[in-house]
Design a protein around this ligand. Sequence first.
Ligand code: PSU
Ligand code: MN
Length: 308
Amino acid sequence: MTNAPLSILPEVADALAAGGAVVALESTIITHGMPYPQNVEMAKTVEQDIRDGGAIPATIAVMAGKIHIGLSPEQLETLGKTPDARKLSRADMAACLISGDTGATTVAATMIGARLAGIDVFATGGIGGVHRGAETSFDISADLHELAQTPVTVIAAGAKAILDIPKTMEVLETLGVPVIAYGQSEIPAFWARASGLIAPLRFDSATEIAAAHLMRARLGLTGGQLVANPIPLADEIPLPEILPMVEQALAEAEAQGIAAKSVTPFLLGRIFELTEGRSLTANISLVRNNARLGAEIAIAISKARRNR
Ligand code: PSU
Ligand code: MN
């Protein structure tokens, strides 16, 4: 058992105690990834998708000195209206907890919360990665190192074109993180289904992903798995269409001296404006798709454990 300051929503605690299927969700996507009120609508819809899939959702955030595992609808609403919430990665968790401030968890911090609560599966939109120009900026997301050390299976839609996708894949390979494309051979590129890069691993079923998660535990391997699930066809923005806007947003970030934690939120915000909201529709569609797959994987893990 953990001595960490967790506040677990009763519904989530009951599901975990019964060995049931729970899917963790992050909160930075709510506070820093999308505008209000679409962010709160997205968060509630995604939770419902997980329920419809037969699992229990647990959105994770830090509030009043506790890591909350599962938020009530009121807490989700409040968080969605707190754009100045701290953006928490591994480095920031302890400081935020002792301050009592509200903090939104990134992929890295959500993985830490999920592991503490005993949740195996976490669904999100995009992970942080190696930024373009990292050879001079050294901007590499702590999400990659978290994947290397915390045993949670993370479902995302691949790396975004604001990142350097080949370098992100190289770092994940170096860190020993399995990158699994779901249902196709190419690594998806967030808004686009195709990136032009073949994924190191491919699975076509939630059952195999669940089995690999459990096998990693049997082998005593540290770290999680990254599942790259392509955006539904109807909502994709193919790379040639999105790239000019990505280039423009990147140029503006550089001209304005945007750095460190502000880079990703700035780029997401500008691309939303430049695509006239189409990037947001795509983003919501892919998160929902990941949540549905997350529920399937969580159920498969739960069943496999019961049948042991
Ligand atoms: N990518 C998205 N939407 C997001 C993020 C990334 O498409 O909301 C957020 C996630 O919380 C991710 C974080 O963990 O940004 C990465 O930030 P950074 O690049 O500063 O590590
Ligand atoms: Mn960064």
